[in-house]
Design a protein around this ligand. Structure first.
Ligand code: TLP
Length: 357
């Protein structure tokens, strides 16, 4: 595998979305066989969709421009106008997707509290599913997130997804999984992704996060779901032409970048353990199961000031508002970068914490 780690002087932990394509991705993109995907004639897109469907154990997959588009076309495929989508109040769909499902699809979001580990309580879900009564909107879909971004990359196990699907299916409601980082979840559990998503009706998977492709996601599900998602993709302007140029990088991502994800998880755990040693920093390293580390700075320290001070040390991190600050590991973060991030975090956060104590 030809990784392209770059020799940047900055350690960029803001997200795994900042990853650059690897050398083998760039080569595959340059050499990609292409055709017009809207005629179904792009061989590279077709190969990516077949491979993605097979990996996820679903009948079909559709290549889309982004994770946001993947979630949007999935919700549009499941819901008619006025149908509700049950989602968590800390879900990406609710917090970071511009309200697209409601704005573009007329799909109200029915919010449930997100548990500390990223689950929706199954009793809450049961109560939220609407009875058949003309007063009520129809429940179109239930969506959960795996790994859970704002819950520090925590993993939902397959048994939970099975129980959730049993409840939803008994009411005739499909389950969508925002699996932007589903390969991280499967790696953390040590199971194939197809086993993890076996009970959900649709899944959105990002190629451009820890897998480092420059662009793209896919959605997967039954052939009927994929046909509806493909139609909705056209409707939102996401049907492309010689998209094989970017799908080629996605194929390399699936071939070469999945098996190394545990490295990112080990580095995230080391970051978490180091942060936990800084007096006043709030984090439970046990909850760091994948590549996302969310922590709170010592009491009295302003999150934005911590970010600015870390940046002066050449380490970039993100503000996650009410849940804290976020660091994300990825293939451009090596062991030396983790050391540098911990040294910066200690320099920025420790002195004040000691002075306060
Ligand atoms: N998340 C981004 C930001 O938008 C917050 C990040 O840096 O983590 N689902 C989940 C769980 C995500 O974390 C993201 C991206 C998406 C969907 C959307 O993917 P894109 O950014 O490709 O539209």
């Amino acid at each position: 595998m030809a990784l392209d780690r770059h020799t940047s002087t900055t350690v960029d932990l803001r997200s795994d979305t900042v990853t650059h394509p690897t050398r083998s991705m760039r080569r595959a993109m340059a050499d990609a066989e292409v055709g017009d995907d809207q005629y179904g004639e792009d061989p590279t897109v077709n190969r990516l969709e077949e491979r993605a469907a097979a990996l996820l154990g679903k009948e079909a997959a559709v290549f889309v421009a982004s994770g946001t588009m993947g979630n949007l076309v999935s919700l549009l495929a499941h819901c008619g106008r006025g149908d509700e989508a049950i989602v968590g109040d800390e879900s990406h769909i609710f917090r970071y997707e511009g309200g697209g499902a409601s704005a573009l699809g007329g799909i109200p979001l029915h919010l449930l509290a997100t548990e500390r580990d990223g689950r929706l309580d199954l009793g809450d879900v049961t109560r939220a599913i609407r009875a058949a009564d003309p007063h009520y909107p129809h429940t179109g879909v239930v969506s959960v997130e795996n790994t859970h971004n704002r819950r520090g990359g925590q993993v939902l196990p397959p048994a939970y997804l099975r129980d959730l699907a049993t409840i939803a299916h008994a009411a005739g409601v499909p389950v969508h999984l925002d699996g932007a980082r589903v390969f991280n979840a499967a790696a953390a559990l040590g199971i194939p992704p197809a086993v993890l998503v076996a009970d959900v009706d649709s899944v959105q998977v990002c190629l451009s996060k820890g897998l480092a492709a420059p662009v793209g996601s896919f959605v997967a599900g039954s052939a009927a779901f994929a046909a509806r998602a493909r139609r909705q993709r056209k409707l939102v302007g996401g049907a492309m032409r010689q998209a094989g140029v970017i799908a080629a990088a996605g194929l390399v991502a699936l071939d070469e970048m999945v098996d190394r994800l545990p490295e990112d998880h080990a580095r995230a755990r080391r970051l978490a353990e180091g942060l936990a040693e800084i007096p006043g920093v709030s984090i439970d390293p046990e909850t760091v199961q994948t590549n996302i580390v969310i922590f709170r700075p010592p009491a009295g320290q302003d999150q934005r000031q911590v970010i600015a001070a870390m940046a002066e040390h050449g380490v970039r991190i993100s503000d996650y508002g009410t849940v804290g600050l976020r660091m994300v590991t990825h293939y451009q973060v090596d062991d030396a970068a983790v050391d540098r991030a911990l040294a910066a975090a200690t320099a920025v956060m420790a002195p004040v914490a000691v002075a306060v104590a």
